[in-house]
Structure formats: structure tokens, C-alpha cells
Design a protein around this ligand. Sequence first.
Ligand SMILES: *[C@@H]1O[C@H](CO)[C@@H](O)[C@H](O)[C@H]1NC(C)=O
Length: 204
Amino acid sequence: MRFSIIVSEVIAFLSVAVFAAPNEITPRENPVAIPAKLIPESIVNATALGVDVWGPVPDDATKGNGFYTATPGTLGWAWIRAQQDLGSYEDLLESRGLLPSAAVEKRQTTSITVNAYSGDWCTGSAWHFTNPAYNVRVLPSENSFWYSFGFSYRTLRANENVQLRRGPYNGDRCQTWHGTINGPTQAGICWQIASTTCFEMKQT
Ligand SMILES: *[C@@H]1O[C@H](CO)[C@@H](O)[C@H](O)[C@H]1NC(C)=O
């Protein structure tokens, strides 16, 4: 009798330990533990700050016309950077039957978004443009320069491209074309680009 109680306590302890293992994410709405090695670093980082990557953009991000912007070290920045890896992460979880359906239902983005960064390799201040329309030149209201780009939720399709443009400070920020990112793009890429102040998404 006494032995069997001890055994069941040991089993209870072990199962708690499995679910409470550090570096695992347990989405609040779904008690499925996702192995830490599957989680992209940007999502680990955001979650460590208490950011729900499937939830709305944190309050400390600044809202602009069709975009959010955030500086490094803020919750908003962690959220924006994590969005970039969310689509491929969801695909991976889905392929293993681990995708929490409640999370996907509240996901903020349903189509492509463009993340632009003031630093190389998706660092520095971040701008998150939601579902940019085709053939519209997009530039934030402020005088910002971008040196890297990433795509959120989905990648560029084969018939899509992003035209990179730039122009002078306090002038026409879309003045000259200097490069194109052509679809189809792979997930998880951070594009290193020459100084860019404006972009335009196109469909061919
Ligand atoms: C995650 O956080 C670490 C530590 O601050 C940092 O070095 C790393 O660049 C971050 N990863 C991403 C993808 O932002």
C-alpha cells in the first residue's frame, strides 16, 4: 500500500516535470507542450518577454497608417520579429499535429506582411506593414532608412515581387528604383538590401 502510493507520487512528479520542462512553450489555450528545438529563436525571445505571438501587437508599438513600428528591446519589436517566423512555424507544428487551433484563430495576419528594419540582418528599429496593396508605393511618414527586409506569415509568391526604391531625405522618398526581391521566396530569410526608403509590391 505504502509502496504503491510512493510509486504514483513518482509518476505524478515525472509527468509534471515533463510538462514544466524549461524552454518549452505551452500555448495558454491548448495544453500541448511543443519541443523547444522546434521553436524559432524570435518566438522563444518574444515568449520569454511574455509576448503572445498569436495575439495582438503589444501596446508599446507605435501605430502608423497601415503599419506598426517599434524600437529594439520593446515588446512590440519582439512581436514584429516573431511574426516573421510565425507562418513557417505554424506549418511545422501543423505537420506534427501540434498546432494549437485557438492560437491560429486569433492570429493577427491572414496574408503577407512586410517587415522592414533599420539595421542589417533584421535588427534595429522595425516597421511592420500589414497586407500592402499591389502597385502602391509604401513609405512611413517619418524619414527612415531600411537595410533589411523580412516577410511575415507567408512568403512572396512566384508572381509577386517587391520593388526597392529610395530618395533624398525630406524629398521624394520613392524617387529611384535600385533593386527587386523576386518571388517565390523561402520562409525564414532576412533580406540584406541597399539603403531603401520606400517599397512597392507588384504582381506580374
Ligand atoms: C534573441 O535574443 C538574443 C539575446 O538577446 C539575441 O542575441 C538574438 O539575436 C535574438 N534573436 C532574434 C531572432 O531576434
